[in-house]
Design a binder for this molecule. Sequence first.
Ligand code: SOE
Length: 410
Amino acid sequence: APRTVTHPGITPTPAGTGPRKPPLRVGMVGYSFMGAAHSQGWRTAGRVFELPLTPVLAAVCGRDGEAVRAMADRHGWATTETDWRDLIARDDIDLVDICTPGDSHAEIALAALAAGKHVLCEKPLANTVEEAESMTAAAEAARARGQLAMVGFNYRRVPATALARRMIAEGRLGALRHVRVTYLQDWLVDPRFPLTWRLRKELAGSGALGDLGAHIVDLAQYLAGEPVVGVSAMTETFVRERPLPAGASSGLTSSGSTPGRAAVTVDDAALFTGRFASGALASFEATRFATGRKNSLRIELNGERGSLAFDLERLNELAYHDHTEPGTHAGFRRILVTEPDHPYLDAWWPPGHGLGYEHTFVHQARDLVHAIAEHREPKPSFADGLQVQRVLAAVEESAEKNSVYTPIAV
Ligand code: SOE
């Protein structure tokens, strides 16, 4: 039987109105939480933004044929595959979008690049520095052949964080002194929560560190415009054994458990301090045990001319303190990041109408399409993902050595 399943009623309709642009035919591997988020991105980008290429939801791949077909129907993918090798072998796919757990990122990305595809890979880029190095080397070789690769750190694409980057690049903070960043969730507090893939080192690479820490390291480096060059860290696994899960899950939700139990092999929380190349100091906290904190990513940057602060739970706002103003009325003020001259916002709703989490994936698709059409390296590149991976590895090394300061090669 043919393994490619075409869906009656779903044709790979290019999104968007206006004159038809050449298609960018996307094949996505993985169809759970991130697969759904990326689907929204690919489906919507060409409907909102004027794009040079039209994303086409050509194929989605997952091992469970029935489940992946249901996902394809729901999200508008034209065909399904049950083996990613078949997806990559297809000559009607231009870009492979990897939304699987970290243990398969390197293998799929290397095969996709070798097959001539562009690649988008979810964060963290890989589970180890070695894998990230081989992916980066392959991406650089592929770039010479006109193929491009990007890693999916979507929080760079919140309009408020993109505006923060613009303001920092304009020099509004002056020399940076402090970066303070936390990413707090609480979905693991219950010790009965089962041992899903996110709690197994061989699948996820690490725990809160790779899942949440990767985001805040990338965001801090992106906003600061420079790398972290050394860290001093502590990690902890508070609940060391958990029940085995009853069925498949996105890793974040419990689909019930079995009587069996096994060891948790990743960290529940990671705390570290870091030093930037310029000498600015940073503190990082990533945890799945901060009761009451659901998806709380906060970053504050203090420079000699001013400060900026962002909170993902109020993502349409950016707080700004201009320290050059007279002290009598200086202080943090709230910028509502909903205006047409703010990043990404000219294409959305009339001024004042806010955006949410899913829009970051639309912006990610938009930015990647532009980079591909304009033959520019997309950011964050695999090299940026590798740099984050080096920080994560240094955190683990430092934590193992009782927080000894661990330098990072940049
Ligand atoms: C779970 O901790 C998670 O879904 C992460 O995997 C995502 O990268 C983050 O954006 C939200 O939280």
